[in-house]
Design a protein around this ligand. Sequence first.
Ligand code: FAD
Length: 375
Amino acid sequence: MGSYRGARTAVIVGAGVAGLTAAAALARGGWQVEIAEAGPAEAPSGWGLCLTGPSLRALDELGLAGACLAEGYGMDTITHVDVNGEPVDEVRLPRLLGARRPAVVGIARPVLHRILYAEAERCGVAVRHQVTVAAVDQEGELVRVRLSDGTVRRVALLVGADGIRSSVRGLLGLEASLEFHGQMVWRALVPRPSWATGIHQFAGKTDTAGLVPLSGRQAYVFLTENRVGQSILSDAELAPRLQQLLKVFPGRVAEFRSLIAESDSVVRRPVLTALLKGAWSRGNGVVIGDAAHAPAPQMASGTALAVEDGLVLAREIGRHESVGAGLQAFVSRRTQRCRTLVETSMVIAGLEQAQRHHEAYALVDSCHWLMAEPA
Ligand SMILES: Cc1cc2nc3c(=O)[nH]c(=O)nc-3n(C[C@H](O)[C@H](O)[C@H](O)COP(=O)(O)OP(=O)(O)OC[C@H]3O[C@@H](n4cnc5c(N)ncnc54)[C@H](O)[C@@H]3O)c2cc1C
């Protein structure tokens, strides 16, 4: 890997959605790309997520939307159910891939990872696992990157795609605000009930629950626990506690609540957001994805921003004479859109906590239409 030196070479830190997308898009534009990923080579385990219209539109540009549609579960609506178990509202999400393809796809995280990873490898990207970045220095037109294994690269571009707790952000001297919103989100994989053909969200007296299909056979249950601290539960406590929290919901929640006992995948995470306070880049280094702007999960759109970042970064770098000019153009195209989404997701999290569900639904709806505008 010592050959990563000079013009049109990049080191990307993090093989998540943002890193893999940026890597594939840059490699297609003729860049030699190496990814340093802290995690092991196995695909990350875990729950599922929603690929909204903007995610699918960006993945379609890479030719990957078809694979996601084939392996996930296509849907068009979010059905909102009130505290009495009655459906009160149906949000139709924008179909950005045309009238014949669905608006949203529910997909297991490992499946999306496999699709993106295979594409990056097909494009010639080298992924190194259990390696991180130790130091970064701008040296003239190049960035000197020292990796945790002691080896050094001198590359034209460094991309920090290392998630909400990004190290690259700090190494580049960029500042972000990281906020906890007094909510913990739960996810559990369960068999898909036959009635679940779209996203369902259930308002509770304290918390919010829901169900998202991931394939013909599988779905994930979510629950947003309000007004809690960032406590840690043992693995053995997770499934019984989630079942207990779901017990107060009437109607169809009871049907999937009983499936949780058999789920071998229950996770609980804090609702955190991150937003860069000022610059996104320094010299020839930049941060993208959650490292730059992590929304609360209520808008199900962090992946959309991450995939868009990867594509727009490669496009702007390819279009400009220098990396610096490309980075400037990238940042000016992305700042407002990403800020709007993160800030709106924070307002939605607050409305949810205040039990102002109807205002939250209206905001989710209008924000999805705003995000439907080109990236
Ligand atoms: C509970 C929950 C539910 C969500 N649901 C949805 C949803 O339905 N739809 C949606 O669009 N979004 C959803 N999101 C948001 C989405 O997961 C993120 O926005 C998206 O994963 C961001 O991608 P990323 O590549 O920027 O970061 P990540 O996916 O976090 O990837 C970062 C990568 O960098 C690696 N890394 C970290 N630190 C280092 C380091 N120092 N050196 C090297 N590598 C490092 C990590 O191992 C990882 O592989 C949800 C988030 C949460 C928490």
